[in-house]
Write a protein that binds this ligand. Structure first.
Ligand code: NAP
Length: 291
């Protein structure tokens, strides 16, 4: 999801070597972040000024069922990049998550102490700690509920769109989980601006606001002009406890306190960014497919 936005946002101004474990774009080469030697060889040839690690297992249920594989990719993989970055004098950029908090607080700023509930959250938090130990020059940016990626969108927004396209007229949506949606293109732009500075460190970086899943779905229907044709039914998260069994914090709402302090918080309000994303990637498809 984020890779596509990063590639498009950076390609005009930087020489990029973009890789993934699954090569499904012409601009990608194959690399596995678990393979220290392969990444090191690649980096030694390319001599990057920045190494940006977007690779992770991001499916919380997969992570819950496969903790060893999750830590190997999300933590050891992140450490591999950090060590290589340090050896080469590069700046390391790592993407963390609001899922490192336990959700007992309403809103988390950059200074709150993480206490992850899920295997995914733990793997990302361990990676944060390692990067701080290994790297001299690093940025860690914490994203919230990711939205973006069009056909590669794996997350909540796409799950709602999929149901609309399948012809569902009633959608069950949880109202007891809230978070800060984070548009991939806003995130990539803000990353680009930040890495041009020397303000290294850890930052919350989400769109502004903290809606519930239900409020995001309601906003989507409004943007698609389907609010009078599709019924949203509010449920508690235990309604989906079989399907989504990984523990999720009640609140994943972040405040970009540090970015605001240095006047580099360009993240927009979540509903504005959602509108831009849906109009760019989905409105036409939904219009054609939803009768
Ligand atoms: N999605 C969210 O809601 C969210 C929220 C906060 C932070 N983040 C973080 O943002 C970053 C980007 O995630 P995303 O949202 O763009 O999700 P994504 O689309 O799942 O991107 C992660 C990518 O990493 C790849 N990958 C998995 N294992 C790899 C390996 N061993 N070596 C190289 N690549 C590997 C995945 O390939 P496959 O698809 O083939 O597995 C996928 O293309 C991640 O660090 C994630 O933890 C995501």
């Amino acid at each position: 999801m984020l890779g596509e936005a990063f590639y498009n946002t950076f390609k005009g101004d930087y020489d990029i070597r973009a890789s993934d474990i699954d090569v499904n774009e012409s601009w990608l080469t194959e690399l596995d972040v678990r393979n220290y030697d392969a990444i090191r060889q690649d980096a030694l040839k390319f001599k990057p000024e920045f190494i940006i690690n977007l690779a992770a297992y991001t499916d919380l249920e997969f992570c819950e069922n496969n903790p060893d594989e999750t830590f190997l990719t999300n933590t050891n993989g992140a450490e591999n990049g950090a060590r290589i970055s340090e050896e080469m004098g590069s700046t390391y950029v790592f993407i963390s998550t609001a899922g490192i908090f336990d959700g007992n607080k309403d809103i988390y700023n950059d200074h709150d102490i993480p206490s992850p509930l899920s295997v995914y959250g733990k793997s990302k938090y361990r990676a944060e700690l390692s990067i701080k130990d290994i790297c001299t020059k690093y940025f860690i940016f914490r994203a919230g509920w990711m939205m973006g990626g069009g056909q590669k969108d794996k997350k909540f927004v796409h799950k709602i769109i999929k149901q609309l396209i399948e012809g569902k007229k009633e959608l069950y949506v949880v109202n007891d989980l809230k978070g800060s949606p984070t548009y991939t293109y806003d995130f990539a732009e803000n990353t680009k601006e930040m890495i041009a500075t020397k303000f290294y460190g850890l930052y919350n970086m989400t769109c502004e606001g903290g809606p519930s899943r239900y409020e995001v779905a309601a906003e989507m229907l409004k943007i698609f002009d389907l609010q009078n044709r599709i019924e949203l039914i509010e449920v508690k998260s235990d309604h989906f406890s079989q399907e989504y069994f990984a523990p999720r914090p009640e609140s994943e709402v972040l405040d970009n306190l540090k970015l605001k302090t240095i006047n580099l918080d360009n993240m927009r309000a979540w509903d504005l960014s959602l509108k831009e994303y849906l109009e760019k990637d989905w409105a036409q498809i939904v219009k054609e497919k939803v009768s």
